[in-house]
Design a protein around this ligand. Structure first.
Ligand code: HEM
Ligand SMILES: *[C@@H]1O[C@H](CO)[C@@H](O)[C@H](O)[C@H]1NC(C)=O
Ligand SMILES: *[C@@H]1O[C@H](CO)[C@@H](O)[C@H](O)[C@H]1NC(C)=O
Length: 321
């Protein structure tokens, strides 16, 4: 009888382990790098004290990493042939300060616990930390990701939303990453921070004889003044014209007022299918914060490698071998 009981318990334990495989946990490094979050937080705040761009650059880097090849730090790889993920057309707008934040944090972590913590986890922690530094909500970050072994520019196209995307296209691309429409709307709230280059929205101002009618006329004039036709392509403007350095729900209030910078922002209000969520988040910062936390945790699970898949990179910008 005992033998049967042992076999049964063994089988149960095996099934539980199988079920647990591939899942992230909050305390993943509690025994082998217990201070990892404090070390990363320190590196992020040092970098932030040098430049505000640390905040939007790191948050966007996490998003781009997760949507291409999963949250596996594939975006961090530097290729001598300029054909890695970061070399794709969309890379120009990934500010170098996000990469630098992860590199600095990794160096600090390696000096305490060498070879233990993945670059993918460091980026996930740093993305949470910058939200908090900008005044946004804090949340626990699940850990246990491994770093990927593939990083190719050619895998980027079609996996990231474009500024002229409409609701169906946004929903399709987010759904592929297990994110719902509400998650998508909440994550778009990241545009409460950071900058955009003029060419990403110039078509709304200049592509026809009248400006995009969903743009508030005063805001359109403001945008035209900041971004005249054929403006220097390096010119960038705040994406949230009201509170550009604070993580808050003003982004949604801007959408209600016709002050969404991209079509992909404004359409969240103009499309009747997503409008109620935008109005809710505009009126209720608690609802937005809660939805943002849920969505960030879900974003952090996209395409993860765990167990023996991938590696723990020594240098975030290069594969180990
Ligand atoms: C929903 C579809 C989305 C579209 C179409 C989109 C598109 C863009 C574009 C075109 C820029 C401007 C880049 C530039 O010209 O420098 C930008 C900036 C930014 N995006 Fe998004 N994005 C989307 C979702 C997200 C998500 C989910 C996040 C993060 C959770 C995010 C975070 C950011 C941040 C923080 C910036 C500012 C970057 C900086 O200042 O360096 N975006 N986005
Ligand atoms: C982006 O790609 C271009 C062309 O491949 C390259 O010259 C540039 O250095 C890259 N920028 C970043 C930030 O990696
Ligand atoms: C979406 O979730 C399913 C079920 O948990 C999982 O098998 C799949 O890998 C996930 N997709 C992505 C892109 O993470």
């Amino acid at each position: 009888m005992d033998a049967w009981r042992g076999l049964f318990l063994g089988l149960m334990a095996f099934m539980i382990m199988k079920g647990g495989e591939g899942q992230l946990v909050e305390n993943f490094y509690s025994s082998n790098c217990p201070n990892v979050e404090a070390i990363v937080a320190q590196a992020v705040s040092t970098k932030f004290s040098q430049t505000f761009t640390t905040i939007p650059a790191t948050l966007r880097l996490f998003f781009h990493d997760c949507f291409v090849e999963g949250c596996d730090a594939s975006v961090m790889i530097a290729s001598p042939n300029s054909d890695a993920e970061k070399d794709s057309e969309d890379n120009l707008s990934l500010a170098g300060d996000g990469f630098d934040t992860v590199i600095k944090a990794k160096q600090a972590v390696e000096s305490s616990c060498p070879g233990i913590v993945s670059c993918a986890d460091i980026l996930a922690i740093a993305a949470r930390d910058v939200v908090v530094l900008a005044g946004g909500p804090s949340f626990n970050v699940e850990l246990g990701r491994r770093d990927g072994l593939i990083s190719q520019a050619s895998r980027v196209a079609g996996n990231l939303p474009e500024p002229d995307s409409h609701l169906n296209e946004l929903n399709t691309i987010f759904a592929r990453n297990n994110l719902s429409q509400i998650d998508m709307i909440a994550l778009s709230g990241a545009h409460t921070l950071g900058f955009s280059h003029c060419d990403r929205f110039a078509d709304r101002l200049y592509s026809s004889s009248t400006v995009d009618p969903t743009l508030d006329p005063d805001y359109a004039e403001q945008l035209k003044a900041a971004c005249p036709r054929n403006v220097d392509p390096s010119i960038a403007i705040d994406m949230d014209p009201v509170t550009p350095r604070t993580f808050d729900n003003v982004y949604y209030q801007n959408l209600v007022a016709g002050k969404g910078l991209f079509t992909a922002d404004q359409v969240l209000f103009t499309d009747s299918e997503s409008q109620p969520t935008v109005v809710d988040f505009a009126n209720n910062p608690g609802a937005f914060n809660g939805a943002f936390i849920t969505a960030m945790r879900k974003l952090g699970r996209v395409g993860i490698k765990t167990g023996n898949v991938g590696e723990i990179r020594r240098d975030c910008t290069a594969f180990n071998s």
